[in-house]
Ligand binder design. Sequence first.
Ligand code: GLA
Length: 535
Amino acid sequence: MKPVHITLIILAASLCRGDQSTSDPPRWAMAGVADTSGASKAVSASREEAVILTPPPPRAPRINGAKIFGVRPGSPFLFTIPATGDRPMVFAVENLPAGLKMDAQTGQISGVVSSRGEYTVTFKASNALGRAERKFKIVCGDTLALTPHMGWNSWYVWENHVTDKIMREAADAMVASGMINHGYMYVNIDDCWSVKPGSKDPSLGGELRDAQGKVNSNRRFPDMKALTDYIHSKGLKAGIYTSPGPLTCAGHVGAYGHEIQDAERFAEWGFDFLKYDWCSYGKIAKNKSRGELEKPYRLIGDILKKQPRDIVLNLCQYGMGSVWEWGQEVGGHSWRTAGDLGLSFEGIATALFRDGFDVYSRNELHKFGGPGAWNDPDYLLLGYLSNWKGATAPTPLTPNEQYTHVSLWCLLAAPLIFSGDITRLDAFTLSLLTNDEVIEVDQDPLGKPGRRAAKEDNLEVWAKEMEDGSKAVGLFNRGEVEARVTVKWPDLGLRGKQTVRDLWRQKDLGTFEGQFQTSVPRHGVVLVKMAALAH
Ligand code: GLA
């Protein structure tokens, strides 16, 4: 038999020298092994270092996050100007529409806009080191969620033991970690806040509904209104979850037969976001026809439109019946495109490559979605997650897979909802969540989801058109060994000289013509922005 020579490829070697790194928590990866016969396989061996590419934000003020925000006339308005830089910082805003006011210390804008229209305002922020300003558009009309939602959800870390205290701590952490300064806004309770019929755990008990038939929270959530008041006092928004069936996925009380009462209750409690699952509705639906699949969502969508506050509606029915074709029409602002990304802790990487890349490209999801309506491939599974065995553990994704995860979600214009432990953010995880140039790809006001522009074996190029005419481009390597990935201008519809900027490193790479080529590590990405060279 011919001997096979094996070369070990150390993946981290392709990451820039001089970048900061952290080993808290340690992340182990599979090293790629290539043999001289050209075949490659994975072995568990070498360590892939968690290298922080995101530069720290400047100490002088910088305004980040969405550049546009939708509100309905007469609804309570709440938006906090996301700005990085040293505190104390003083905020100002020019041309605020009538009915709104701003707190100069916190940058929280609140009030009510009663006249429909587009209002272009200027945010200003200053501190001892400098000042920044940026235009921002408030659109008072019927459309909410003009950019993908950004926030945190309790499910993948706290699953069925979420409490009022956990939610308050999450809101505190969104501020203390600085995530709020990058545009994160929603603090969302998932399943398990309502009563669980038949449970022996007294903390999950109580009356299912009040005398008017409105749903009650269980004893872990003694006062929902006080909880949303707390979240709002931080300049953040609050989200809740239920199912159109009699029971939620975890067996708690769902909304079936009480949709109006429950939606009214969510509005009275002060929620701004509703995730509407499918669980146990399968027994109610007559069949899986499109009409039956649409029914519960159309019902709740119509009810939510009648509430006196804006409630963003997230459809969670795992992509059934090509929900992307009708999710917006029934009143949804986003819809899950597939099953649970983290259903199996060990299988997250497999699901990421399947539900992110595969579901998306197979269904040509770039054709669907846009301002007010987003494809949702599920949460960002970073940091400490539930391992579904009663403990939390660092995400099983390798560092490069984590870069792939965030980069792909931004290119897809997916909601950026982190679902790891927000009170326990290591420096690497925080750096993945708070790179403003990467977030800008996701939050671009054009709202055009990216698409796969080229594919060759395990190498893929994804591109997203940006409002300023530039393109965000991800060069992905799904293979087991480091590889050179090439972007060719015709695949992107580009011509002439293009400037190329590495978005994770926030560094210009130079001017290129015809093509751009770079090395991409195993399961990794290089995310760039390409713009025509100004003459
Ligand atoms: C489903 C959803 C998850 C989560 C759980 C809660 O599985 O897809 O995101 O909400 O229900 O039980």
